[in-house]
Design a protein around this ligand. Sequence first.
Ligand SMILES: [Ca+2]
Length: 359
Amino acid sequence: MDFSSLQIRKRINDKAPMWTILQTNNTTGWLRNPTAAEIRAMTYEAIGHGSEGFTYFVYQTEVDWVGIVDENYNHTEDYGTVQTLFNEIETLKPTIKKMKRIAAAATTAGGGNFAYPSADITTHEDIETGDKYLVIVNHDSIQPANVTITIDRAKLGMDITSITNMLDNANVTFTANSTSYIISNLNMAPGDGKVLKLTKSAAQTKYIGQDKAFHVNNGAVSNVTDISASDMKTAMHKITGSRTWNIQWFWDKTQLIPGETYDLYAVVKIKYAKDTYIDSSGAEHPFQPSGTAFSFGVYDLIAEKAVAAESMEDMFWHTVKIGSFVPSQTGDQVVYIMPWDNPGNVLEIYVDQFYFVKH
Ligand SMILES: [Ca+2]
C-alpha cells in the first residue's frame, strides 16, 4: 500500500483525470496476491488520492499472472472482491466526480500498520456546493480498527451541521469544540474505506474577495487561469530573493455588519522548488521544503504570522485562518499575504481568494 505516499500534482491548466490500475494478481516467485481487505484498502486510497477511474491488473490469467478470471473465464477468488468494490464505486460515482482534493484538514488516530502510524485520510471539496469530504482508509488489513478523526476547524474554513457516510447515507455522530470537530471510534473493518460528507452550515454567511479584487504588487499578478481555483482564476507570485506585501485585499466595509465578529480566511497553495531530490546513494525521494513559505496578517490589527513551507502540501489548496475579529467601520484595514524570500524551497505561491464568515 505504497499508494499513500504518492504525490499527485496537477498542472494548473490541465484537468486530465487520474486513473489507477490496482494489483489483483500474484506473480510466481515475486508478488503475493493481495487479500480482499488489501484490494479494498488500495481501492479506497485511490479514491482518496484523487483517482476517477479504477481498473485491476490483470483481468484474465496470462503469462505468469493469475487474473480475476482464469484461462476459461472461471471466476477466481478476486472476482467477487472487485465486483463488490465496483458496486460501491457505482454508488459513490456522483460524489467522486465532483470531489476536488485539497490539503488535509483532518488527522486520524488508530487504523495504522507497520508502515503507517494511523489510518489514511484525505480532504476534498465539492466543486458544486462547497461541502467537504473526508476519505478514510484503515491501513490495518488484518484487524478491524476504531479510528478517531479530528477535523481542524481553522483548516476546514466552515461550520458544519452534519456528517454523512456517502455509501449508505447513514448519519455519523460527532462532537464539536472551539477548534475541532471530532468523530470518535469510527469502527472500520480490515482495509475498509469510507467517504464522509461534511455538510456546511446553511446559516453561515460568507463574503468573498476573489483575486481580481486584490492589489498585487512587486511582480505578483492576478486573474491567472487555474482550473482548480474556485473561480478558475488565481493570484500568483514567483518567489524571488526579496519580500514585500505582494498580495493584498482592501475589502469593502459596507459588506460587513457593524459590530459583528467575523472569521477571515485565505485560500493559498504553494509549488515546491523541486519535485524530488537524489540522496548520496542515488535514490530519489519527494522533496521536503524548509524555511518559511509566506506570512500573513491584517494591517493594523492582526500581527504578522509566518507559515512554514513544510506545513504546506505541494500544489493543494489550503484554507488558512487569518484571524477572528470585529472589522473596523472607519479605518482602512487590509489583509495581506507576503511571499517569503525562499526560492530554494518554494517556486511559486498562489492565492485564490480571501473570505469572511460571520460568527
Ligand atoms: Ca480566485
